[in-house]
Write a protein that binds this ligand. Structure first.
Ligand SMILES: *Cc1c(COP(=O)(O)O)cnc(C)c1O
Length: 236
């Protein structure tokens, strides 16, 4: 099995889904894509050759930071999928009716939320890329991003997750996270409210994530408010 997460957490790296599917299938393996960051609105891995797709429905599908869940979608109802179903049935990891109801209501607005959040993220990424305090921005919607061309080919939009690095190391990053007023300092992602986190702190002492990196999940607030808040936090 090849397991891919694209775009990836937290550097938003893009993996070539159809290329990976070819490599997997040439040796009889299966390709699984964690497409949580892209959402089903912006990326359809099954159409690009993946065998299984997973989403944390906790994120964009739920969209309101009030439900925990996940989904596995198979291209074919094959033996592996039968095993997954069997494990779910016997292991009892079945979502509660209320959680299903919340998800069903949320999915109705998924395309609108994702496209609006993506537009906000693109504007914020462009603002950050031009800011003197920022040393790097990781967002596939920027033409300078290493995965931009590939993302154009396999996604219909670049999503609302981004990360950036600041000059001044860990302390400077923590100061920005501490200085914002509109963003909530929290992990998780995909909700209508914007979040910011010092990723290395969340991942712990053995992380390979740069200490000067902040990850953002961009929500539905007015883009001017989001940018102005970052501007004042970056000014210290
Ligand atoms: C959050 C997340 C998960 C895990 O999902 P939970 O619902 O928190 O268990 C897996 N993959 C990605 C890309 C995620 O963002």
């Amino acid at each position: 099995m090849i397991w891919a997460e694209t775009p990836s957490n937290p550097l938003l790296k893009i993996s070539d889904i159809s290329g990976l599917a070819e490599i997997a299938h040439a040796s009889g393996a299966q390709l699984v894509v964690d497409s949580t960051f892209a959402t089903p609105v912006l990326q359809q891995p099954l159409a690009l050759g993946a065998d299984l797709v997973m989403h944390s429905t906790t994120k964009y599908l739920g969209g309101h930071s009030d439900v925990l869940g996940g989904a596995v979608i198979a291209r074919e109802p094959d033996a592996l999928f039968a095993r997954i179903r069997d494990l779910q049935t016997k292991g009892g990891s079945v979502p509660a009716p209320f959680d299903c109801w919340l998800l069903q209501r949320s999915i109705g607005t998924l395309p609108l939320r994702v496209r609006a959040q993506t537009a906000n993220a693109q504007a914020i990424a462009e603002f950050l890329a031009a800011h003197p305090q920022v040393s790097a921005v990781h967002y596939p919607g920027l033409t300078t991003h290493a995965g931009h061309t590939l993302a154009c080919r396999q996604m219909s939009g670049f999503g609302a997750m981004l990360s950036f690095q600041v000059h001044g190391g860990r302390d400077a990053a923590l100061a920005v996270a501490g200085g914002v007023q509109l963003y909530t300092r929290a992990t998780s992602l995909g909700g209508i409210e914007s979040l910011i986190e010092h990723r290395a702190s969340v991942e712990g002492p053995h992380t390979s994530t740069p200490q000067d990196l902040l990850r953002m999940s961009v929500g539905l607030e007015h883009v001017d408010d989001l940018i102005n808040d970052l501007r004042q936090a970056l000014a210290g």
